[in-house]
Design a binder for this molecule. Structure first.
Ligand code: SAH
Length: 483
């Protein structure tokens, strides 16, 4: 597990003072799960690099499982015995890296520097490289986490096995970040975000982790557009703790945070056993949806895309990250949602390249609208259930009949799955504004009927953790226009 930090501030060897480590020395620090080595592969006037190499005791990890059970929580049996020995834990950056950062660079992380206090206060040209960072959620998440912090982010997906390139890429990335900021900011970002990205879930967290998050995230998390995701994941999906963290970082915003409102999000309390795996998946259901839709759009080779009922623009943002999507349009009936989307996408700040690719407008799905014509694909995510059933036919006509994109992707809740949400009573919908929620059979009927009537073919897929009996939480229909 390797992390390097480089500066080109002159004299670059000041990095040694900042980290409290002499550039000529090779130092080793014992950790509960192995050793950390610190050394400087280069120490020149114009460029200096410090390396933190973690040498994990893999057998010790399995025996003691410090990342999982040292804090008294339940150990996971996921992966069985084989999984315990053959894992990426020894080389891929995880919460162990954060533990090492706090132990080895404690004063730098706090922003203090005994010999050169003014250096610790200054923004310097810095870059960091994490050799192997596991991210099941793909490149989009890495960008969404680091770019808002002002970094230039370079990602290199790593092949599953260098010897067999034909196996393709896995879920590991070499991540390079560069920017001009204080060293303590860079270290705090890594300290918090590495475990968030790794998202290894099965250990116990308590008030001490909450305290660490508040200590290291103050000053940046309150402005981060992904603050909810970061807090939930850092705190291992515990809703109450996340609420406390956000309330303490952004007291003025507490009233806007409604973790309790949406059963799809209300799943992060400590629960044990099999149910935990199933339920935790739903926390990031929204991310799964976006990943699934982006995947379909890429497969279809779509370049001009419209997101109908785009809401706050979560999908739009993911689309912007992918260069192959040339024209990205968002439409919503709600002006305030469009405003939030504009802010989320920073459209008013006007990065010229971006504003050429994207535009947003107010409109409704149920009226004919010329602006909706000429797209390769229309995405309608979690919107149809907001329409009154007697308006569905008008919606079908305006989109499938008149706008006629080459493909239409529709997602909607699977009502069969609702029985698995403990906060929902029988027959209750997931959101107070939903007008209906369809079972798998109802959705299948509707998609087939629409496809037949308007000359599309349709395929169905599930999104999120699939229950053997009740299916996935979200269902998706992918319609393609018949030639
Ligand atoms: N697609 C987004 C938002 C889903 S919430 C996401 O997946 O995150 C539903 C959205 O549909 C809301 O933003 C709401 O304003 C919008 N909406 C509801 N009725 C609409 C209509 N008739 N035309 C366009 N948008 C509509």
């Amino acid at each position: 597990m390797l992390l390097t930090i480089t500066t080109t501030h002159v004299p670059a060897t000041d990095l040694g003072y900042l980290l409290g480590k002499h550039p000529d020395r090779f130092q080793t620090f014992p950790l509960p799960f192995g050793q950390a080595h610190v050394f400087f592969p280069e120490a020149r006037e114009d460029s200096c690099t410090a390396a933190l190499l973690l040498d994990i005791d893999q057998m010790g990890l399995v025996r003691g499982r410090p990342d999982r059970i040292a804090k008294g929580g339940p150990a996971s049996s996921k992966g069985g015995l084989f999984g315990q020995y053959v894992t990426d834990r020894a080389y891929a950056a995880s919460s162990l890296m954060s533990v090492a950062l706090a132990r080895v660079f404690s004063s730098a992380l706090k922003g203090t520097c005994r010999d050169r206090p003014e250096l610790a206060e200054s923004a310097l040209p810095l870059s960091a490289e994490v050799a192997v960072l596991p991210c099941r959620d793909g490149e989009g998440l890495l960008q969404r986490l680091f770019e808002p912090l002002g970094y230039n982010v370079t990602l290199r997906p790593l092949p599953l096995d260098e010897r067999f390139p034909e196996w393709g890429e896995g879920r590991h990335y070499q991540v390079s970040l560069s920017g001009t900021l204080r060293l303590c900011e860079l270290l705090s970002h890594l300290y918090v975000l590495i475990p968030v990205i790794d998202d290894e879930k099965h250990y116990w967290v308590g008030q001490d982790e909450l305290g660490k998050l508040i200590e290291h995230a103050r000053g940046w998390l309150e402005k981060h557009p992904e603050q909810e995701l970061i807090t939930l994941r850092y705190l291992k999906h515990q809703r109450l703790l996340s609420r406390q963290a956000l309330a303490s970082l952004t007291p003025e915003k507490e009233s806007e945070i409604h973790f309790g409102d949406d059963p799809e999000r209300n799943m992060d309390r400590p629960i044990s056993g099999k149910a935990e795996d199933a339920l935790e998946q739903r926390i990031s259901l929204n991310e799964h949806r976006i990943d699934a839709v982006v995947g379909v759009l890429k497969k279809l080779g779509a370049r001009r895309i419209v997101d109908l009922g785009c809401g706050e623009g979560r999908l739009l943002r993911a689309l912007l990250m992918e260069r192959e999507f040339e024209r990205i349009t968002g439409m919503d009936v709600s002006l305030s949602a469009l405003d939030r989307a504009r802010r989320r996408l920073r459209l008013d700040e006007g990065s010229a390249g971006q504003s050429e690719r994207i535009n947003l407008f107010q409109g409704s799905l149920i009226y004919r609208d010329k602006r909706l014509e000429g797209f390769d694909a229309a995405c309608i995510l979690e919107v149809i259930e907001h329409l009154d059933p007697d308006r569905l036919a008008a919606f079908e006509r305006s989109i499938f009949g008149l706008a006629r994109p080459k493909a239409v992707i529709v997602t909607t809740p699977n009502a069969d799955h609702n029985a698995l949400f403990p906060s929902l009573s029988p027959g209750q919908f997931r959101h107070h504004d939903h007008r209906f929620e369809w079972s798998r059979a109802e959705f299948a009927n509707w998609t087939q009927e629409v496809a037949r009537r308007y000359g599309y073919t349709v395929g169905l897929a599930g999104i999120g953790h699939e229950d053997v009996h009740l299916g996935p939480p979200t269902q998706m229909g992918v319609f393609t226009l018949c030639a």
